[in-house]
Write a protein that binds this ligand. Structure first.
Ligand SMILES: [Zn+2]
Length: 305
């Protein structure tokens, strides 16, 4: 894992030659050849179709400069945009899934895990640890959708539960950044049990009077929505994120009704009281920082009173 690249003190900006900037300004979408797209220099927004220079997109925290579409972040990128530089200390980095059910669908489960590990450089679909946000100590977890769709098996549940227990021990607030397709079917009932386990750990956190901020990012669905992701004292969703339990098509087929076009978006959930706020990615760290500060002030006040 390349921590040093993500948490280095000074961001390493790559100088863009004036030639490229000129090209960007006069950009004709049709002329950018497939080779450039394939090399990853340019990126096509899946929402508005605009062609964006890749480095510009990265500088804008992977939010489309034209339409504001929020592209998905990996777990590492998520930690990098939230935490103060070089403040992350990872917990349980070596926990890995076993194959308790000897499950195989089209592929064997261990092979799927090995592929996901190779693709992401992670051992599992969540990273947990502690770090600082504007100097406030927090316990933080970030799921990674690139690892088997961020699905929650025994290890994801265990790492999250252990992180919450650590937060109780250390008397720290918890922040969990969710993105998940739900429970991991390859571990069957053992995956479903993680919903109860993580929820029970959060109940203990609540009893200890500690803050839990849940950050919902695109997409958060299934057993993760139905457990820890929805249990935040404060639930913050990123703009445009798809958040739900069951997929839209299944619901439409079941209730035989057409659902509104913005159904299961962060904004729809805000209107209906399921999330507390919808935040643009560029404001996310500031918002969380402010919430931590207010919480600290309130805690200090009650102790002092
Ligand atoms: Zn766009």
């Amino acid at each position: 894992m390349q921590w040093k690249d993500l948490f280095r003190v000074k961001p390493k900006y790559v100088t863009v030659s004036p030639e490229i900037i000129k090209r960007r300004e006069n950009v004709d979408k049709e002329v950018i050849d497939k080779k450039d797209l394939a090399e990853g220099l340019w990126f096509k927004c899946q929402e508005c179709g605009d062609i964006i220079y890749n480095r510009e997109l990265e500088r804008n925290l992977k939010v489309c400069l034209k339409c504001g579409y929020h592209f998905r972040l990996s777990g590492l990128e998520r930690l990098a945009i939230l935490l103060d530089q070089e403040s992350f200390l990872e917990y349980d980095a070596d926990l890995q899934s076993v194959d308790p059910l000897e499950f195989h669908d089209l592929k064997k489960y261990p092979n799927r895990i090995a592929e996901a590990q190779q693709k992401t450089g992670l051992l599992e679909a969540v990273m947990t640890g502690e770090g600082k946000i504007f100097g406030h100590d927090v316990v933080i977890a970030a799921l990674d959708f690139n690892f088997m769709a961020g699905s929650m098996g025994s290890v994801v549940g265990e790492k999250i539960a252990r992180a919450i227990e650590k937060a109780i021990e250390r008397q720290l607030p918890v922040i969990i950044c969710s993105t998940s397709g739900g429970a991991r079917m390859q571990e069957g009932m053992l995956s479903l049990m993680q919903m109860a386990k993580t929820s029970a750990a959060l109940a203990k956190l609540h009893d200890a009077g500690l803050l839990y901020i849940s950050i919902l990012t695109d997409p958060t669905t299934g057993g993760v929505t139905a457990s820890f992701a929805s249990l935040g004292d404060i639930i913050v969703a990123e703009s445009g994120a798809v958040i739900g339990f069951t997929g839209r098509r299944v619901i439409e087929q079941t209730i035989k009704q057409k659902l509104p076009s913005n159904f299961q978006t962060a904004e729809f959930l805000l209107e209906h009281g399921l999330v507390d706020m919808v935040v643009n990615r560029k404001d996310l760290k500031n918002t969380i920082g402010k919430l931590l500060e207010l919480h600290d002030a309130a805690k200090g006040g009650s102790v002092g009173a």
